[in-house]
Design a protein around this ligand. Structure first.
Ligand code: ASP
Length: 356
């Protein structure tokens, strides 16, 4: 049974990760990068989630909102961990952890996802098994209550990897998934956000009084390691607020926002998707480990903390290797995140300065 208490982790500032990870062979990062640099490196992890990276500022967050986010993250972690405890595999845990976040309007996925420029929700999700390399994804879906479940069904019940738009919705209907009216996904908060952005309100990025996050982000994702040593990763999102109709981000793109391979790592990303696609960030972590012999912390350091901002991108990820080492790097002020260790300890964090 999972329990809430402090876990052992350490925070590695970007300036030190190179020296700690490989004193001889890490090139220095770019001189100027935005956001607090560094990452948590946590051993003995079986499950980790993120609820999006962004300008999550402590001073803009009420105690009530803070508590709501922490409770929602904890609920997701407990759901994922319960799946593992019940004998489920890594894919079961990933799906179980993501589903409650898709139902929570706090996050940018499922109900409460951001709206596109036309005021509609277009949902993206993907899932990948590290055991066999199978993957499934959907982009621009408008009706599945749980896009992560739809992605998994695409993986398991079709010879294809990615369905888009009406094709994704039709696949969901043909496979008896729970469907909702497109309007069900639209929350007042997201309608207000779009209106504000359209009016080019100075406070467009956030209704600071009640929703103190940079609403452009808020994707959810999970990585898990099961008792047989198999990894899996999944990601679910509404994309970026006020995106153009039909825009697809990194989250449903295998190799960009999601990747899993038992030999290396499982990765779920969040942030400015165009950059994650151009850099193939999730697969890049895998490739650095497989072909470059890098450790996961060093791969995350170079790909996320150096390579991403060097191109002008921002965001973060959770990534887990087959030994249970978790990294949670992000270039933004905060990232909703949490993990469960082998002994059942649950940790939840939001801000960059919460890292010990
Ligand atoms: N990566 C997502 C996208 O670009 C957005 C996010 O992570 O919040 O669609």
């Amino acid at each position: 049974m999972a329990q809430l208490r402090a876990s052992t982790s350490h925070f590695v500032p970007a300036s030190l990760t190179s020296a700690l990870i490989c004193a001889a062979c890490v090139a220095p990062g770019p001189a100027s990068v935005s956001g607090p640099q560094g990452m948590e490196v946590v051993p003995e992890v079986v499950l980790a989630i993120h609820g999006g990276a962004g300008t999550i500022l402590r001073e803009n967050m009420s105690a009530e909102m803070d508590a709501q986010y922490r409770a929602a993250l904890t609920e997701a972690l407990l759901a994922g961990h319960a799946a593992l405890e019940a004998g489920g595999d890594a894919l079961d845990a990933v799906e179980a952890a993501i589903r409650p976040m898709e139902d929570s309007s706090l996050f940018n996925s499922g109900r409460g996802a951001v709206l596109n420029d036309e005021g509609e929700v277009e949902l993206d999700a993907s899932i990948m098994s590290g055991a066999g390399g199978q993957a499934g994804a959907v982009a621009g879906a408008r009706t599945p209550r749980h896009p992560i479940t739809l992605a998994r069904r695409v993986m398991a019940e079709s010879p294809h990897v990615l369905f888009a738009g009406e094709g994704a919705d039709r696949f969901a209907a043909h496979h008896d998934l729970e469907l909702m009216e497109p309007s069900w996904f639209v929350t007042p908060r997201r309608s207000r956000q779009l209106k504000r952005m359209k009016a080019q309100d100075a406070a467009a990025t956030a209704d600071l009084a009640s929703h103190p996050v940079d609403d452009k982000f808020g994707t959810v994702g999970c990585v898990a390691l099961d008792g047989d040593g198999h990894l899996a990763a999944g990601t679910s999102t509404g994309g970026m607020a006020r995106k153009a109709f039909g825009r697809v981000g990194d989250s449903p793109i295998i190799g960009a926002g999601t990747w899993a391979a038992d030999a290396t790592c499982a990765v779920s990303c969040t942030g400015h998707g165009e950059f994650f696609i151009r850099l193939a960030i999730a697969h890049q972590l895998h490739a650095r480990m497989l072909h470059g012999g890098q450790s996961l912390p060093r791969a995350a350091q170079e790909a996320v903390l150096q390579g991403l901002p060097a191109l002008g991108g921002s965001g973060g990820c959770v990534a887990l290797d087959a030994n249970g080492t978790l990294v949670a790097p992000f270039t933004t002020a905060g990232m909703y995140r949490g993990w469960v260790t082998r002994d059942g300890t649950v940790t939840v964090r939001i801000h960059g300065d919460e890292r010990p």
